[in-house]
Design a protein around this ligand. Structure first.
Ligand SMILES: Nc1ncnc2c1ncn2[C@@H]1O[C@H](COP(=O)(O)OP(=O)(O)OP(=O)(O)O)[C@@H](O)[C@H]1O
Ligand SMILES: [Mg+2]
Length: 368
């Protein structure tokens, strides 16, 4: 019978746990249930402070997040009216507290205790995907391209663009080597500006409504585009250490508050611009389509700007392919976990720089 797997993801936006229950059948899949459960404010704040916590606090957070992840999995099962016994594996990415691929001794650290998830659900758990790739000399990221290549790689040349906190792209298609890199900011600059302009009352520009009413400041767009990250050739990855409040203050100065709508129109346009221009700069193929996933798909102004800047390449949501927007990453980790359980390779050394193909993930067996 086609195996069922659950994927759990907590991304760079600190918005919550995205979970998906998936049936895999050869090179096709079906999402049976999916859901993003927002974090309660206190847990969100602890996660944000993750890198600065002491050992005891971090240890607590690891278990507290494990409990939440287990809850997210159990809730999906209830929703799908399915017994845990029917599920072969849970792939849990966890939450990244630290990622240092370029440190003298490269390391990465994800939390969300797999023992808790296995104990509460009775389902084997595969977690800690990134350390093995790094042990093999890779950067531990990106890992989703293995999924992209498996499920989209045999078609025409397409860009799979994910709009999480950071935006990352995989270019796949018949006859080309898979290529993947972080294009730069996804929702992170927009979210930071919204939080700052609303004094913490709002966390994102719902539907891109504020941005739609503003005017784009092309001088600011040009200044942001001068950031050295955009000239660096792939493979490359980034995070909030580059795209943060300090950068916003540097380019906007005090103008950030003058017109919230103009600020958001500018940052939203810039996010789309950095994606379109990065593809132009670094991808030596003619794209037939861009398939967008992640919470940013719900920002209609961002999607509109992307469509304008990529034209005539059509831009569509991954929903068109049966995957709800925020389910893409959990679906991918469900697949990687299934491969690990089967003892099969589950990453692309070409996109991470690992010296040899490995089986990523640590397995926590179920006790049943
Ligand atoms: N209705 C909406 N309108 C506009 N933006 C939205 C909406 N819903 C979600 N978003 C954006 O999507 C973000 C969450 O997306 P997602 O969960 O894909 O990112 P993530 O947690 O950073 O994941 P990852 O790091 O794995 O890519 C939110 O922080 C917000 O910016
Ligand atoms: Mg998220």
């Amino acid at each position: 019978m086609a195996p069922l797997a659950i994927g759990l993801m907590s991304g760079t936006s600190y918005d919550g746990i995205s979970a998906a229950l998936v049936r895999f059948h050869g090179s096709s899949l079906r999402v049976l249930a999916e859901r993003t459960s927002p974090y309660p404010e206190r847990l969100r704040q602890r996660l944000q402070r993750g890198p600065h916590l002491c050992a005891g606090e971090l240890s607590w957070l690891n278990v507290a997040l494990g409990e939440r992840l287990a809850d997210a999995a159990l809730r999906l099962l209830r929703h799908a009216d399915l017994s845990p016994r029917r599920v072969a594996v849970i792939g849990s990415h966890g939450h990244t507290v630290y990622h240092g691929p370029r440190d003298p001794l490269p390391s990465t650290f994800q939390i969300g205790e797999p023992a808790v998830i296995a104990q509460r659900t009775g389902i084997p758990v595969v977690a800690d995907f990134r350390p093995r790739d790094m042990a093999a000399g890779g950067t531990g990221a990106p890992l989703v391209p293995y999924f992209d290549a498996t499920f989209f790689g045999r078609g025409p040349i397409r860009a799979l663009q994910n709009l999480g906190g950071i935006a990352n792209v995989t270019v796949v298609g018949r006859g080309i080597p898979t290529m993947a890199f972080d294009t730069g900011p996804g929702n992170c600059l927009i979210d930071l500006a919204v939080a700052s302009l609303s004094r913490g009352r709002r966390r994102y520009d719902a539907g891109g409504r504020l941005a739609r009413q503003g005017r784009i400041d092309h001088h600011v767009v040009a200044r942001l585009w001068r950031h050295p990250y955009f000239r660096q050739a792939p493979p490359k990855s980034t995070g909030r250490e580059l795209f943060n409040d300090a950068l916003l203050r540097k380019v906007f100065g005090r103008r950030l508050t003058r017109s919230p709508e103009d600020t958001l129109a500018t940052l939203t346009y810039f996010t789309a611009y950095s994606i379109a221009e990065s593809l132009r700069r670094f991808v030596p193929h003619r794209l037939r389509e861009m398939i967008v996933s992640g919470g940013g798909v719900r920002n209609r102004t961002l999607m509109r700007d992307l469509a304008t800047l990529l034209s005539p390449v059509p831009v569509s949501s991954i929903e068109r392919y049966g995957i709800p927007t925020q389910a893409k990453e959990p679906v991918a980790f469900a697949f990687l976990a299934l491969r690990a359980l089967q003892g099969r390779i589950n990453h692309l050394p070409l996109t991470t720089g690992a010296s040899q193909p490995c089986i990523l993930g640590s397995i926590t067996p179920s006790s049943h």
